[in-house]
Design a binder for this molecule. Structure first.
Ligand code: ZN
Length: 639
């Protein structure tokens, strides 16, 4: 275009590096950096929002943790062109592109400081046509649709997750939270919105308006930044206390009316969460804006799907669980943020849990439980197998999807289970401690575990957060003269043997009794004294994840041997001795507690016979003896 631009471009060399000491880390591999970004202040001009063309300059204030010749500032950008970079006003002539990151092969860029000052200001001028992550579930990055240009902070199927790099060069990983003030210069027929509150709107003389938004004193992870440009109708939702709740709806009557209806309970949601977690709403403002995609929990300015808003309004759904979910993220994800996305379940599990906190607050504890049990059923019957029983923590190894439903559903369920186990009071105290300890900072699953401390054994976390799958169990019930028995056998799987609890209704002839069975072994038997006829069990499902595959009562047989047949001993070393008082043709079957036949013999027997059991594994078995006249069973223990 002109000579000056050519010259500037020619000064900026992009060179490749293969080995670097100051690795940027990746979305699933946090590595501590030598720098700490304090603030991002982009100034962005968009003349034609349909074109997605941007001209920007971002000022990055940072602090070095220590001064070293090896220091580099690492950053990301995607499909943008960097025109120039200044380090404390000194023009930088080289950007190092690292292509051999040990961290998942994700490209990043670096510049070297030009001085040894502890604090520095980096300015980058850039331009380009902003893009999105692309692909079949195109989500993260910048979109133009339905008259709105807007940015979504995370991607679903890209390998880098955080997508702010599609509109602002930044250290775009969740571990470095920073202040944010964004200025957007747009045609004066349009409005620009971004995180935080609007501190100025200036109409320039050339038909443009300049909007400046700021998060004030609150820090945000880069993936929680957003902006949107279009014709919005601003709607205030009446809220008695703080914070103000604002909507930015499409500028038509149907959108405005829909928004007013479906978001009208947001102030109540805020109060519900504040009370439940004993922690005030963490930011100064709260808002939602409508766009073609959603939802995404951008800090203080959530992106919501326009079609969903209208759909919810048509269904008169003022509970609007998605609005509650994204609001819940303001505490879980935004105020307290994982270091990297191995811990994404901490965001999504908690946000799902807050949906149910909202249900409980509005509709009561019974409804809370009822809805959780539906979620449990969805997870166990639909999601788990489809997603190969991925674990909550570091699921990425098993799945290409950055946000698999498992981390939402199982995450929410496990948190509700923890609440059940430790009790409301302890749960609340621990949650409050988690929020106050890690507010405006980052966290990990290990830190959450440490918060719970002795209240939950490590095996719990190993099973349900780090571990995969859930037990599939066969239940067999029977009785003898004195006792009732419930035998729970976990089917073998490739993952583990589980510790969990089953709640039974023990059914007797003339009464029912509730009983909890703490399962600790692959085959675990509950023995209880009985005086009445024991008919079997009904399962009262709890929030542990398990699936009952069969529940059998041994009733098809007489429960005592006919007096003409006598087992010499119930405790067998290797030979089972049976005395037949009557000659007949008998079938002898030895069956495991879960109904697997391990031995069948038949013949004409009379008097004492011996059956060799040395091939059997030690354990409890049933012996069935059948003839034309008899159909009997007895329990034996092989040791
Ligand atoms: Zn979420």
């Amino acid at each position: 275009m002109n000579m000056i631009k050519y010259l500037i471009l020619s000064l900026l060399i992009i060179s490749s590096s293969y080995a670097q000491t100051n690795d940027a880390g990746g979305p699933h591999n946090y590595i501590e950096q030598q720098f700490d970004v304090l603030e991002y202040s982009p100034v962005i001009t968009i003349e034609d929002h349909k074109s997605k063309f941007i001209r920007g300059e971002v000022t990055i204030n940072l602090e070095w943790k220590s001064i070293s010749d090896d220091n580099v500032f690492n950053f990301h950008y995607e499909d943008l062109s960097i025109d120039s970079v200044f380090y404390d006003d000194e023009l930088i002539d080289e950007i190092i592109l690292t292509t051999n990151s040990v961290t998942e092969g994700i490209l990043y860029y670096s510049i070297k400081p030009t001085n040894q000052n502890k604090q520095a200001t980096i300015r980058m001028k850039y331009h380009g046509t902003m893009t999105s992550e692309g692909g079949s579930n195109d989500w993260g990055g910048v979109h133009y649709s339905q008259g709105i240009l807007y940015a979504m902070g995370v991607g679903f199927f890209n390998d880098y997750v955080s997508c702010t790099r599609h509109w602002m060069p930044s250290f775009d990983l969740p571990s470095d939270k920073a202040l944010y003030t964004g200025t957007f210069i747009v045609p004066d027929s349009l409005m620009a919105i971004s995180n935080g509150k609007l501190i100025s709107k200036v109409d320039t003389l050339d038909g443009m308006s300049k909007y400046t938004w700021t998060m004030g004193d609150d820090v945000a992870a880069t993936y929680l930044l957003t902006f949107a440009i279009g014709k919005f109708a601003e709607v205030d939702i009446p809220s008695e206390g703080k914070p103000p709740v604002k909507l930015y709806m499409y500028d038509n009557q149907n959108s405005i009316a829909s928004g007013k209806l479906v978001f009208k309970l947001v102030p109540e949601m805020i109060t519900a969460f504040e009370q439940f977690f004993d922690y005030d709403y963490p930011f100064e403002t709260m808002g939602y804006y409508a766009a073609s995609k959603g939802a995404m929990e951008h800090q203080t300015l959530v992106t919501m799907s326009q079609s969903q808003i209208v759909g919810k309004a048509n269904a008169n759904d003022t509970m609007y669980s998605t609005a509650a979910h994204e609001l819940g993220h303001q505490w879980f994800g935004n105020l307290v943020t994982p270091y990297d996305f191995r811990d994404a379940w901490l965001n999504e599990g908690f946000a799902v849990f807050t949906e149910y906190v909202w249900i409980e607050s509005k509709l009561g504890k019974e409804k809370y439980r009822e809805e959780l049990m539906k979620l449990r059923s969805t997870y166990i019957n639909t999601t788990a197998a489809a997603e190969q029983h991925i674990p909550l923590y570091n699921f990425h190894r098993f799945s290409k999807n950055n946000y698999p439903p498992t981390i939402y559903q199982k995450g929410g369920l496990i948190l509700a289970l923890i609440r059940d186990i430790v009790g409301d009071e302890v749960f609340r105290t621990k949650m409050n401690k988690y929020l106050t300890t890690y507010e405006n900072a980052n966290t990990t699953t290990e830190q959450l575990i440490a918060i719970f401390g002795d209240a939950l054994p490590q095996t719990f976390w190993d099973t349900w957060v780090y571990g995969r799958g859930y037990p599939e169990v066969d239940i067999t019930t029977f009785q003898d003269d004195d006792n009732g028995y419930v035998v729970v056998a976990q089917r073998e799987n490739e993952f583990q043997t589980y510790k969990f609890e089953l709640n039974y209704r023990l059914m007797f002839d003339n009464e029912n009794k509730n009983q909890t069975h703490k399962i600790t072994k692959a085959i675990d038997t509950l023995v209880f004294p009985r005086s009445n006829y024991f008919k079997g069990v009904e399962i009262n499902d709890n929030l542990y994840l398990y699936k009952v595959m069969s529940n059998n009562r041994l009733t098809s047989v007489e429960e005592e041997f006919d007096s003409s047949i006598n087992l010499i001993s119930n405790v067998i070393d290797d030979e089972l001795e049976i005395n037949f008082g009557k000659a007949a043709n008998y079938t002898i079957e030895i069956v495991t507690l879960v109904g697997k036949k391990v031995l069948i013999e038949s013949g004409d027997y009379y008097g004492t016979i011996n059956i060799n059991l040395s091939s059997l594994v030690a354990g409890t078995y049933f012996v069935y003896i059948r003839s034309n006249d008899y159909n009997t069973m007895k329990k034996i223990i092989v040791r």
